[in-house]
Design a protein around this ligand. Structure first.
Ligand SMILES: [Zn+2]
Length: 114
């Protein structure tokens, strides 16, 4: 077995495992509860251990490909949806321009740098 992914967010690990599973790759989750028994036994110095996703060595190449696109999807997800760009005001004609436009719909002035 080999570790292909680790995240402090167990939901991310779960989601990744679903992607792996739909590609026919079986995976294990380790440190699911954040406190591996081994560390705790070493004298209470157990810090938080991030959950990890492990796959069979034979599945590694394919799994890494899925992990890459998964990480990509996550980084896209953490962008604007909740914080959409505000509309901007055209410096030339003072029209309010939709945030998705890079130039004023009225006079074609490019969006000023923010
Ligand atoms: Zn304008």
């Amino acid at each position: 077995m080999i570790k292909v992914y680790s995240s402090p967010y167990i939901a991310d690990c779960d989601q990744l495992r679903m992607s792996l599973s739909s590609a026919g790759i079986s995976s294990d989750m380790r440190n699911e509860f954040g406190h591996p028994i081994g560390l705790a036994a070493l004298g209470g110095a157990a810090g938080f251990a991030a959950p990890e996703v492990w796959v069979d060595d034979a599945d590694r190449a394919e799994a890494m490909r899925i992990v890459q696109s998964f990480i990509q999807a996550i980084s896209n997800r953490s962008q604007p949806a909740e914080h959409p760009d505000p509309d901007w005001i055209c410096p030339r004609c003072n029209e309010t321009v939709d945030a998705t436009l890079d130039a004023c719909w009225n006079c074609d002035t490019p969006r000023p740098p923010s």
